[in-house]
Design a protein around this ligand. Sequence first.
Ligand SMILES: [Zn+2]
Length: 347
Amino acid sequence: MKRVKVRPASYAVVAILGMVAVWLTPPLEPRQVFPLAPVVVSRPGLEPADFMLRPVVIEASNTELLDTLAISGTIHSSLYNALNESGVGVLPPSARHQLAWSLADIFEYKVDMSRDLKQGDKFHLLIERLQKPNGAIIVQKVLGARLALSGARNPLEAIHFDTPGSSTGQYYDASGMSLRAAFLRAPVAFRRISSIFGARKHPIFGEWRNHTGTDYAAPMGTPVRAIGDGVVIFAGTKGGYGNMIDIRHRNGMVSRYGHMRNFATGMRPGTRVAMGSTIGFVGMTGWATGPHLHFEIRVNGVAHDPKLALQSRGGEPIPSDERGLFQKMKNQTIASLNQAQLASISE
Ligand SMILES: [Zn+2]
């Protein structure tokens, strides 16, 4: 059973920001929920009566307040900016920032957040919002996410599900396959770069012509991570690549990382590395006019488009004895995301 209550007063702000915040009760999980009391938020150029919103800051209480809300938005400049706008009035800036990272983490096996996003891409998120007794508001959990990339046939979906023995839970697609795959889609630890989330022009770094890699702008010293488990087969200096590491993965594919300032300790041929582990740091060694990471995927010595080569084939399925429960969670989450999407279209 789902009671969906759309706060019409929100739409004044919604119309201005091009976003929708829909309130959904009860929550998806059997927890007690205390709705936060609405307050009037004042903004320049608007009549206060037009936009009664949920409070960003409310008085401290001796209980935690948990509620569920859906946030929709369209990317105009960057994902971060879109989330920042969509979350105005419902989340404090720090929580909006955090939400951008969370979304990047959820889809890090599917989407390169720094390159794959375009203007007009849409997202719908279902989140648990927690107000702590001291009044601080955080995003407790992202329950579900839908990312509609322009040009993609189907939107990407992520459904949070707690499997027994796992404290944090995992994300699954609608068919019950884990989003966790053998390779990350991007070799840079984006949590270190706040300006990264996509839909912008990529700078040129004066590299050699016809080079077949992907360049990631990042500040000097930004950690570079192995995109998958593997073994280092080269770590040293190589012509225009500067300080370069090659990692061979189980399927024979080699990932290559160039222009690094320096390597992490222990990087030498034969070293085993785990997916996501730091192998070095962004620099501008070799032929580079600015700090960036040059990244390649090579198969049989030939560079391939990482976007295609790293397309994930789906992770582990939900254990069969959990399927019933997952199905329920999924149906609720999808229904809520659909509600959020409908509401945003009606705007
Ligand atoms: Zn390059």
